[in-house]
Ligand binder design. Structure first.
Ligand SMILES: [Zn+2]
Length: 294
């Protein structure tokens, strides 16, 4: 009796009956002798099997795949099919467990961020609709270093550093976070269904993408929006860009803490959201989320 990985490697007699394919091994750097004494080959990969010899004793040995097929015939074919099924099931179990472990924390955290992200998205899209000049100006400034620079009518140069620049150049943060939540639910649904195939589960998990990264991005987007939409910052920003905007087609004014935008030619401002309220909501979400993080 020799040993393979601390397990007995018994010779497999000609009359042995195949009991079970335990597991596949290899590829190995150092090939090992086949359990079939008449094989005389070294195999770099194969299977560890249990068998019953002619006296009814149970043994355990290694065997190559082709050798197994030739020696055990139909019994090998059937056991190999079952071995693959067991393997798929255990892989399915492993993938499911790993996914649930990962998303148990990610899903509620993402969900908590959704209301604030939605509000932020609403403010952004309203600003783009009502004050496209202002937003495009800020966007260009962020892309070229983050400083808004405007030369006033008396040639005085106004400058302002844009905070939370991501707010002006990005978009769709809420949709991405929502899609990540939906992807998690979709995979959980598959896991709960006993008819789910490993291939489908793997595909859906891959398709869901890096969910930890999705949460990280959502957090970052909210933090950026919080900085960008701080009433004081917005006021300063508008004071600079607004110097030109008053001759442009659109204008925005910050009235106390409420940001308002007016469409061209309209005297009636459209409230796009109370910034202080948004700031509180965003802060609350990020804090709750931070304390809930392990
Ligand atoms: Zn062999």
């Amino acid at each position: 009796m020799s040993h393979f990985g601390g397990r007995p490697n018994d010779p497999i007699p000609r009359a042995a009956r195949l009991e079970r394919i335990e597991f596949a091994y290899g590829p190995l750097a150092e090939f090992i002798p086949c359990g079939l004494p008449h094989c005389k080959q070294l195999h770099g990969r194969g299977f560890v099997v249990t068998f019953v010899d002619e006296n009814g004793a149970v043994g355990r040995g290694v065997i190559g795949q082709d050798c197994g097929r030739r020696h055990f015939g139909e019994a090998w074919k059937e056991e190999y099919r079952q071995h693959r099924a067991r393997q798929r099931e255990s892989e399915m179990h492993a993938r499911s467990t790993e996914f649930v472990r990962l998303t148990d924390a990610v899903e509620p955290a993402l969900e908590k961020l959704l209301p604030a992200l939605e509000k932020q998205e609403h403010i952004r899209s309203t600003l783009y609709r009502c004050a496209p000049f202002f937003m495009r100006h800020c966007e260009t400034a962020v892309k070229s270093g983050g400083v808004v620079r405007v030369i006033g009518p008396d040639l005085q140069v106004f400058e302002h550093n844009i905070k939370g620049g991501g707010f002006f150049v990005a978009g769709g943060d809420h949709d991405r976070a929502w899609q990540a939540v939906m992807a998690i639910r979709g995979v959980r649904h598959l896991i709960a269904d006993p008819a789910t195939k490993l291939k489908d589960l793997s595909e859906r998990i891959s398709h869901a993408g890096d969910l930890r990264q999705a949460l990280k991005s959502a957090r970052a987007a909210l933090a950026e929006g919080q900085m960008a939409l701080k009433a004081g910052h917005m006021r300063d920003l508008i004071a600079v860009v607004g110097a030109q905007m008053q001759f442009g087609e659109t204008y925005i004014r910050v009235n106390g803490s409420v940001l308002e935008a007016a469409p061209p030619g309209s005297m009636k401002p459209i409230a796009v959201g109370n910034l202080v309220e948004f700031g509180r909501l965003a802060k609350q979400c990020l804090q709750q989320e931070a304390t809930g993080r392990s």
